[in-house]
Design a protein around this ligand. Structure first.
Ligand code: UDP
Length: 238
């Protein structure tokens, strides 16, 4: 598959066309942003680690019956994916209180939720991705009822699979963000799942192993991503 023109450049990835309109190439960058792009930086080799981590997790999910956009890994920083039409809803699943939920509910980070929560955010940077509910999704035609109900079901199933996979590797899956896209009428898991888009805590020390190290200037950012990659991408865990 030949890499064609750049069709879109996001904060962490570049999307390239290919010689087949059905496919795109994702290129994972080292750029890191936080707080709506107000904080910018570089996490050395992040693109390589995120491509490895994300494609490992997408393959795991595909083996467990979740349809995804991933076709195959092309290089250290590139993955071949199906050219989906992204549904403009960011889907967040949560197991433990942290981040914006802790702030919104006035609770400390670290408390287990009674059951996993799924939230929706309207994907629009200029509006700072406002939180929305199922009614907004339908009233603004962001997705059909069948699509959003299927998406919620998939998000919970993905949470169950990933939570156990991470736990087997000594990591707590606190929360994470998913994106879905439509390809030939089917809803597929798209985008990426990596330490940029998940909160991951070491199960023993509760040390943060994700982008919060960058957001909150905690140091050892590269080391944390490398350690997640070491644990997640090893065939048999730790
Ligand atoms: N998240 C993300 N992209 C976003 C917003 C959130 O990947 O634009 C992830 C974030 O890394 C965390 C989860 O979604 O794992 C929940 O994020 P939260 O709502 O707590 O917002 P944050 O504290 O990151 O602003």
């Amino acid at each position: 598959m030949k890499r064609g023109d750049k069709v879109y450049e996001g904060k962490a990835k570049i999307v390239y066309a290919t010689n087949d309109e059905q496919y795109r190439i994702l290129y994972f960058k080292d750029d890191a942003t936080a707080f709506d792009g107000k904080k910018k930086g570089t996490i050395v080799e992040k693109g390589i680690l995120n491509n490895r981590i994300s494609t490992t997790l997408f393959n795991l999910l595909a083996e467990n019956g979740i349809p995804t956009h991933l076709v195959k890994v092309l290089s250290e920083r590139e993955a071949l994916v199906k050219n989906v039409s992204i549904i403009p809803v960011e889907v967040v699943a949560r197991n433990i209180i942290a981040g914006s939920l802790a702030k919104r509910m006035g609770r400390p980070e670290g408390e287990n939720l009674a059951f996993p929560i799924v939230e929706y955010y309207y994907k629009d940077d200029s509006l700072h991705d406002p939180m929305i509910n199922r009614d907004h999704v339908l009233a603004f035609s962001l997705a059909t009822a069948a699509q959003i109900d299927h998406i919620k079901e998939m998000a919970l199933k993905i949470n169950g699979i990933l939570r156990q996979y991470f736990l087997d590797r000594g990591i707590l899956l606190v929360d994470f963000k998913l994106e879905f896209g439509v390809f030939n009428g089917e809803v597929l898991l798209a985008d990426e799942i990596c330490p940029d888009t998940c909160r991951l805590w070491d199960a023993e020390s509760l040390e943060k192993m994700d982008k919060d190290r960058f957001r909150r200037d905690l140091g050892k950012v590269e080391e944390a991503y490398l350690e997640v990659c070491r644990r997640v991408c090893a065939a048999d865990g730790v």
